[in-house]
Write a protein that binds this ligand. Structure first.
Ligand SMILES: C[S@@+](CC[C@H](N)C(=O)[O-])C[C@H]1O[C@@H](n2cnc3c(N)ncnc32)[C@H](O)[C@@H]1O
Length: 379
């Protein structure tokens, strides 16, 4: 039986980590799209009461405060193009919605620029008019305003693969989604015709056979891995190009959920990687309450340059490749950032490295860095 959660509950450490990632990404997203688009849309589909028992802000207040910070920065620099920032907050629980209204009334919002809609109701139902409205922009203006959807349910219910597909057909939309693989596994193990619709909503009807095969595997770790992989496949079929998962673990190192970022925008992909690196500097994109204790600390255990060098060599050894090709490969296909790429290449250009492990760089304008047109000969 699922436990009853009060209207306002204590914030746990993994929620703090989730909020740090959300805030870091919102800062980048707003700064980028705010300078390019007249209208931007942010939807927090499972918004909660706006506050935690220990007075920490809930995700809607975190978003509003971040928007105000970014607006102050951009506004004073006269850089802001967005005249309309639309924020939508939905929750099925009426008491939480009331609490959120109270919390939002304490924030001073520039109503001429920021439109806030707070509604009680199911995310799946409430979000559809927004998606349709955005779709209609294509016909009217030839372009669609960028949108970011934060999908943060308590468990596995409340979103569907078909809705993700619908949102992704907007092209410029991105989703930050809590994927409760452990909860999904529990529902799968208790599969019967009465609950199968929950699984099929998440995975799509065409995954039925595959799910039933996974259900009977005795090893839970194997099931969890296969459930994740199957979801990735289902997402790819909905034309989701970029998927970045971030695992959240509890004190006993048991998986709580994955936070998954979905995007088809290359800048969004690399900015979310940066946000996740801020929370887990190990590059494993994993956060555990046990390891981090009372404070969020970063781990510096892994040598990222060497890891990335291994990946680059597996891909490019013996080849002469442009700086642009390496940059795009690192951005799109690895968890690493541009700074890791520069460090890895720099290390293998230094005189401390033996010739057989060194790169040779040509076609550089300046005699440092790895610009797009530079040519890098791998050993
Ligand atoms: C994990 S909490 C959200 C926490 C909040 N996003 C934050 O970070 O501060 C999930 C919320 O979703 C609400 N909820 C549950 N099912 C829902 C649904 N189908 N649509 C919208 N909200 C739902 C619950 O009442 C709860 O407040």
């Amino acid at each position: 039986m699922s436990k009853i959660i009060p209207k306002i509950w204590p914030q746990e450490l993994h929620t703090k980590a989730k909020h740090l990632i959300l805030k870091a990404y919102l800062q980048s997203w707003l700064a980028i799209v705010g300078q390019r688009f007249q209208k931007i849309v942010y939807v927090d589909g499972f918004c909660g009461p706006g506050i935690y028992e220990n007075n920490e802000p809930g995700s809607p207040i975190l978003a509003i405060n971040t928007i105000k910070e970014v607006l102050n920065k951009l506004g004073s620099a006269r850089n802001l193009k967005s005249e309309k920032i639309e924020l939508y907050f939905f929750d099925t629980d009426g008491d939480r919605i009331e609490s959120l209204r109270g919390e939002i009334s304490k924030t001073s919002i520039d109503g001429s620029r920021i439109k806030v809609v707070i509604e009680q109701g199911e995310f799946e139902e409430r979000v559809l008019p927004i998606v349709k409205g955005l779709q209609a922009e294509r016909a009217l203006y030839g372009t669609i305003s960028p949108s970011l959807f934060f999908v943060d349910p308590f468990g596995v219910k409340g979103f569907s693969l078909s809705l993700i597909g619908e949102i992704f057909r907007l092209n410029s939309s991105e989703i930050f989604l809590l994927f409760d693989v452990d909860g999904i596994d529990r529902i799968l193990r208790a599969w019967d015709e009465a609950n199968s619709h929950i699984m099929l909503a998440i995975y799509g009807d065409s995954s039925r056979e595959e799910l039933l095969k996974i259900k009977d595997l005795p090893d839970q770790n194997q099931r969890l891995k296969m459930l994740r992989d199957l979801f990735w496949v289902a997402l790819r079929n909905q034309r989701v190009g970029g998927i970045i998962p971030f695992g959240m673990f509890d004190y006993s190192q048991k998986i709580l959920y994955d936070l998954i970022f979905l995007t088809n925008v290359r800048t969004g992909f690399s900015k979310m990687k940066e946000a996740m690196w801020k929370v887990d500097d190990s590059g494993e994109f994993k956060f555990s309450d046990a390891e981090h204790g009372e404070q969020l600390r970063f781990k510096f255990t892994v040598n990222h340059e060497d890891n990335l060098w291994g990946i680059l060599m597996a891909k490019f050894h013996g080849q002469k490749v442009s700086g642009l090709a390496i940059k795009n490969f690192v951005c799109d296909k690895t968890i690493y950032l541009d700074k890791h790429k520069t460090a890895a290449l720099k290390k293998h250009e230094s005189s401390d490295i033996s010739k057989k492990d060194s790169i040779i760089v040509s076609n550089r304008i300046r005699n440092y860095g790895y610009p797009d047109q530079a040519l890098i000969q791998f050993p």
